[in-house]
Design a binder for this molecule. Sequence first.
Ligand code: 173
Length: 320
Amino acid sequence: MRQLLSAALAAALALAAPATRAQEATLKLVSAFPENSNYVVYLLEWVKKVNAEGKGVLQVNFIGGPKAMPTFEVGTAVKNGVVELAMNTGAFYTNLMPESDALKLAQLTAAEQRQNGAYAYINEVWRRKASLVYLARMLEHTPFHIYLTRKIDKPDLSGLKIRITPVYRDFFASMGATLIQTPPGEVYTALERGVVDGYGWPIHGIFDLNWHEKTKFRVDPGFYNAEVSIIGNLAAYEKLSAAQRAFLDRQALALEQQNDHWKRFNEAETKRQREAGIQVVGFDAATARAYQDKAYEVGWAGIIKAAPDTGPQLKKLLSK
Ligand code: 173
């Protein structure tokens, strides 16, 4: 009798246990941006929603940010399947494929990119070159700016040491800056020690890591279209069941469809900078126009030089 019971129990477990386990997939997620950035706060809201709606189907396990995995290593970790998902930006994984940094040059919204074939092309290139799936753009409607500890009166950065990532390299070099690359987590220390006289960053987020304490000026206008996206490991994505993949695609799309959030946040952050005493350095209309044109001109030239095979098509699909 005891034997019979345990055989029945074993059979029941063999049927039930693997079935429930196979139904629910868990994907590890890391952030290339600091743990205390507004991007992570925003991301964790999404993770909470995904896990509530994905019970029995798919769960996302947030591992951490640069404390768990250095910013510039996240792309490789996703490519190799060490983690399945990341919140990342193209500038942080140009080691895998230089054209990842082209997403900042988009003049179309993420929704328009899904309609005109840009999203499909990005996915084709990301898969082929880096074994990545490009799931959703979670940041847009957001320009980058130059922030400074010293004033300038024309678009000339000669004699200034400026913190960069690949986002700003060609543009700031064209204005004569001395370039110092750091991940976001090292900007405060670089400012504090006088290693840099300024930095590139979006219109929002300078309060997250207290950079406002060291920032005296913001240069207007802004330039480009800051990009943060959810990328995934291709093999892990393909291993999901059709239902799990559809669920993940749907959750990623829903995140992308919330991007008007950034318009409101950017307005609030601009106001907060003003209230914190950060002064705006502006140019006359013609100079401002030339400044922005130059940003795109050298930006695309850099992409096309580094990726002559895909750069021209990306430019065609992402430009107005
Ligand atoms: O670190 C950076 O300045 C950077 O490249 C970036 C990209 C997207 C959003 C915020 C920062």
